[in-house]
Design a protein around this ligand. Structure first.
Ligand SMILES: NC(=O)C1=CN([C@@H]2O[C@H](COP(=O)(O)OP(=O)(O)OC[C@H]3O[C@@H](n4cnc5c(N)ncnc54)[C@H](O)[C@@H]3O)[C@@H](O)[C@H]2O)[C@@H](O)CC1
Ligand SMILES: Nc1ncnc2c1ncn2[C@@H]1O[C@H](COP(=O)(O)OP(=O)(O)O)[C@@H](O)[C@H]1O
Ligand SMILES: [K+]
Length: 508
């Protein structure tokens, strides 16, 4: 699914109005109807609704929603917030329609003191500002936003299109923004919804289709995307009937150190359960029995060191050296010993195919930044936010961090996956994909090691790097969602994600 900017959304509106054709007032009615139907399904008619409407088209939506609620027997009051003397044409038209039918339902607010006293457990609808907001809300309007946020603790607050004060395409981290418990947005995700700085402001996001013209949606290129099931069906390659284990690649996993062999086991198991043909694990000597017993389908070679790895070429005694491996996954539980760092430097000299670098491989690179440009083009880096910051530095806000992520992926020609609720996957061509699956049950030690195993497995099987990241993160999150549904977000562990990889593949 594409993510459109506020400007593109306006263009989509205009295109729909011109080519469907439909009037802008009818399009607003469609948007308001989609919201009202959602509200009918989720709230009963006993709860009073207070709809705060701005002077633009977001307010127009609010006025139309008020009329639709009243038409269906709900108690609703439109509180018109006079932040400007000028109302948009569709706001004015909807105000007139409401006044004609329900003259008692309109209440004007021109100062914070004008706010009505709300009965307990009211539903507050925030239709003050949408995609038309240009900059931070200031003056008495900022006070109004703070007042609404105080009310939010005792009432349910539903934002229309986006919480007022939030910018769709830029940071509003330090601005007054409505804290909604639910956001009903139109047709497409806004970039702002996918970044952690807005998590407490959007609440649950529901995207409601309003029939914007499909030609505009399909033909307009965008830089940001959200992955979905449809996209996965175009990427996933079913296994060939005459396949043999050589068909699906031989991967090398370099992982584990004394006290952190669990990370190696999790990655190895995930790699095997994601379909790799052959897997060899390179571990320090202390890890030999652990791997052989926990992951008998994998082969195991040991380092010359007892507690950490220092000579990865031990994994490739044959003449072809490390090149015999289709790909290499390196990092989970590896440790950052000087000997390991040296070995990583050698490995980057010897092996020039796309590989997966995670966890301690990334921590080593943050200590030895000259290694960064030596990573083979097309490789996958999977930092969590702290690892990302160690390598690339900090940013003022999540939008700035997203730009930094994308810039680095382009200049280094790498795929960089910034992990989180919506893992952001930056590609060497500048595109960024957000993964849509996963849940907070995955915020548990070892989840990332499982992802490394899956990505290594998909690269070994011959998936191109871009296909591997999109499918791999989707499967990882989907397996996490299946695990959470089976045993709760609390009780699931990284092992549960591996156990549910099978059902996740079956859902593709
Ligand atoms: N395809 C869509 O997405 C549709 C969008 N519609 C609605 O239209 C909205 C966009 O409407 P508009 O473009 O009229 O914009 P808004 O209603 O979001 O805001 C415009 C108003 O805000 C004022 N304003 C802007 N920046 C301000 C600031 N920093 N401080 C104070 N006031 C400020 C402007 O003067 C104007 O009065 C969407 O968010 C959505 O709710 C629907 O009606 C129809 C379909
Ligand atoms: N709240 C969440 N929603 C969705 N996915 C999550 C959430 N929390 C964590 N994850 C996923 O779990 C994984 C955690 O990785 P990481 O932090 O490296 O864990 P570890 O280092 O313990 O293996 C990432 O893939 C991340 O996207
Ligand atoms: K709003």
């Amino acid at each position: 699914m594409k993510i459109f900017t506020a400007t593109q959304i306006r263009e989509a509106d205009a295109y729909t109005i011109q080519h469907e054709p439909i009037s802008s007032l009818q399009l607003m009615e469609r948007a308001a109807t989609a919201c009202a139907q959602w509200l009918f399904r989720h709230f009963d008619a006993r709860k009073p609704f207070y709809i705060f409407c701005g002077m633009g088209n977001n307010g127009g939506d609010g006025l139309a929603i008020t009329r639709l609620l009243l038409n269906n027997g709900y108690k609703a009051t439109a509180c018109i917030v006079h932040h400007s003397n000028k109302a948009s044409a569709d706001h004015t038209a909807n105000r007139q329609l409401l006044e004609q039918q329900y003259p008692q339902s309109i209440y004007d607010v021109a100062a914070v003191a004008d706010l009505p006293t709300l009965p307990p457990k009211s539903i507050i609808i925030d239709a003050i500002f949408g995609t038309g907001l240009r900059s931070a809300i200031e003056g008495w309007m900022a006070g109004l936003i703070h007042q609404l946020n105080d009310l939010q603790t005792r009432h349910t607050l539903v934002a229309i299109d986006l919480p007022s004060g939030m910018l769709a395409d830029a940071s509003s981290a330090h601005m007054p923004v409505v804290h909604a418990s639910i956001t009903l947005s139109f047709e497409v995700y806004k970039l702002a919804f996918l970044l952690p700085e807005n998590a407490a402001r959007t609440g649950q996001v529901h995207i409601l289709p309003i029939g914007l013209h499909p030609d505009y949606l399909t033909q307009t290129p965008t830089r940001f995307h959200v992955t979905d099931a449809h996209m996965m069906r175009t990427i996933y390659q079913p296994r060939q009937p005459f396949a043999h284990k050589g068909t699906y690649g031989h991967a090398l996993l370099v992982a584990g150190s004394y006290g952190k062999m669990g990370a190696a086991v999790l990655s190895a198991k995930a790699c095997l359960h994601a379909g790799v043909g052959l897997l060899t694990c390179h571990v320090p000597q202390c890890g030999y029995q652990i791997i052989q017993i926990s992951a008998p389908s994998a082969m195991c070679v040991t380092d010359i060191q007892e507690t950490y790895s220092s000579h990865f070429h031990e994994s490739a005694p044959q003449t072809r050296g490390l090149q015999q491996y289709k790909t290499i996954g390196i990092g989970p539980g590896l440790g950052t010993a000087t000997g390991t760092a040296k070995a990583l430097e050698q490995l980057l000299e010897q092996y020039r195919q796309p590989m997966v670098l995670d966890a301690d491989a990334l921590n080593i690179i943050s200590e030895y930044p000259f290694l960064l440009p030596r990573i083979p083009h097309g490789s996958l880096l999977t930092p969590h936010p702290k690892e990302f910051e160690r390598i690339f530095g900090s940013s003022d806000n999540d939008f700035a961090r997203l730009e930094l992520l994308s810039r680095q992926a382009v200049s280094l020609q790498l795929y960089i996956l910034l992990k989180g609720r919506f893992t952001a996957m930056a590609c060497p061509d500048g595109a960024v994909y957000f993964n849509s699956t996963g849940n907070p049950g995955m915020a548990t030690g070892g989840s990332g090691d499982v992802l490394t195993g899956i990505l290594t497995s998909l690269l070994a099987q011959g998936y191109a790097p871009k296909a591997a990241i999109l499918l791999g993160t989707y499967l990882h999150g989907l397996a996490g969602d299946i695990a959470a549904a089976r045993m709760s977000q609390e009780a699931m562990t990284a092992e549960s994600i591996i156990d549910c990889l099978g059902p996740a593949f079956l859902q593709l």
